[in-house]
Design a protein around this ligand. Structure first.
Ligand code: KG4
Ligand code: ZN
Length: 347
């Protein structure tokens, strides 16, 4: 089954063609980052307008790999969580395409989509075999959630109580005058820094079971910056390195606790922050230490893309969970509630 995925939840307009939920034939991503940079963050109105301009050319380009829409079996679109104005552009484009072609439509939860990315591959780099049960760490700009995943169900073990990991990186970058989005820049500067020069806190280290907290770290960083008389390039590298160390330590500690307590066979990491080089390395070391299989997407599939949407959409299509023409977009998700989650789709 060949699925066309469409993604427009934030500041990337993306479309992709994926076969049988796992083989990516095309993956087109148009980032709006330069448009938002001067405002220090995503401006919703600008984002929606840019999605309107980009959506049709991006879909057309994604469809070139298979010769056009006739080769598509199902259309999958992200309908939340995200910026409602942005989401509606993708949703309306998908609905219109479904209506004129008669192709079935499925609605994909953006978080569900991120969780699929580690299990996708390309025609020349086949996807890995999934193992169950596994622990899945979702770290994006808006969410930080730890899951226990069995073949039938997915359980939310914990989530952030305040900022998401990506949000923490973005806010830290703003404080340091490094622009938006900040995760990648901090990651690069951190590579040349000393992570032990400044000691920053690790939120909820001994408490909160599987929950995370990054707001104390943000305050500690702000206090530290205000005490430094001058931040030269060496100090900047050291601050970035110390900050990255603290975020990654928190993520890895709780993930290790989950691996040990749930006796799983695998670890997967997904979402924009999964592109972080230290997190990728520490995740690999953790998986090796506990003898579990490691799943992490290539960087291009960590941040927002539509291949992950098509992949999640495939499962919905197999179960014939079609979206109706009345499909709407939603802004926030209820996924951070602890306990069982009943699989794909929904809020
Ligand atoms: O998953 P994503 O593209 O969008 C959401 O669904 O939120 O994640 C974007 C987030 C941003 O906060 C960005 O700063 C962060 O991912 N990010 C990184 C890195 N690359 C992107 N954070 C840390 N290190 C990176 N290399
Ligand atoms: Zn995302």
């Amino acid at each position: 089954m060949r699925v066309l995925g469409i993604e427009s939840s934030c500041d990337e307009t993306a479309a992709s063609v994926v076969v049988d939920g796992r083989i990516i034939e095309s993956n087109i991503i148009l980032s709006q980052v330069l448009l938002h940079r001067e405002y220090g963050g995503v401006v919703p109105e600008i984002a929606s307008r840019q999605h309107i301009k980009a959506i049709i050319p991006v879909i057309d380009q994604a469809l070139e790999c298979c010769g056009g829409i006739d080769a598509i079996d199902v259309i999958a679109v992200t309908n939340g969580p995200g910026l409602v104005g942005s989401l509606l552009v993708g949703v309306q484009a998908a609905k219109a395409l479904s209506f004129v072609t008669g192709k079935k439509l499925v609605a994909v939860n953006h978080l569900e989509a991120h969780l699929r990315a580690p299990f996708c591959g390309f025609p020349d780099a086949p996807p890995p075999d999934v193992v169950y049960p596994h622990i899945s760490l979702l770290v994006s700009g808006g969410h930080t959630i730890l899951f226990h995943v069995t073949e039938e169900k997915r359980f939310v073990l914990g989530a952030t109580r305040d900022d998401a990991a990506g949000e923490a990186f973005d806010k830290a970058a703003k404080m340091l005058g490094l622009g938006y989005p900040g995760g990648k820049v901090i990651d690069e500067l951190a590579d040349n820094g000393n992570p032990t020069r400044f000691i920053l806190p690790r939120g909820l280290r001994k408490r909160g079971e599987y929950d995370f907290s990054f707001s104390g770290l943000k305050t500690a960083l702000m206090n530290m910056i205000s005490k430094e008389e001058e931040i030269d390039s060496v100090a900047l590298g050291d601050i970035c390195s110390s900050f990255r160390e603290s975020v990654v330590d928190s993520l890895i500690e709780k993930t290790e606790k989950a691996i040990l307590e749930h006796k799983v066979k695998g670890l997967s990491i997904a979402g924009g922050v999964a592109a972080n080089s230290l997190l990728r390395k520490r995740g690999a070391e953790l998986a090796e230490k506990h003898g579990v299989k490691y799943f992490i997407p290539p960087k291009i599939l960590c941040t927002d893309n539509a291949a992950m949407v098509a992949s999640a959409g495939y499962d919905l299509a197999v179960r014939k969970q079609w979206a109706l023409p009345t499909l709407n977009a939603f802004a926030s998700s209820q996924w951070t509630k602890r306990g069982e989650l009943t699989g794909t789709g929904g809020r």
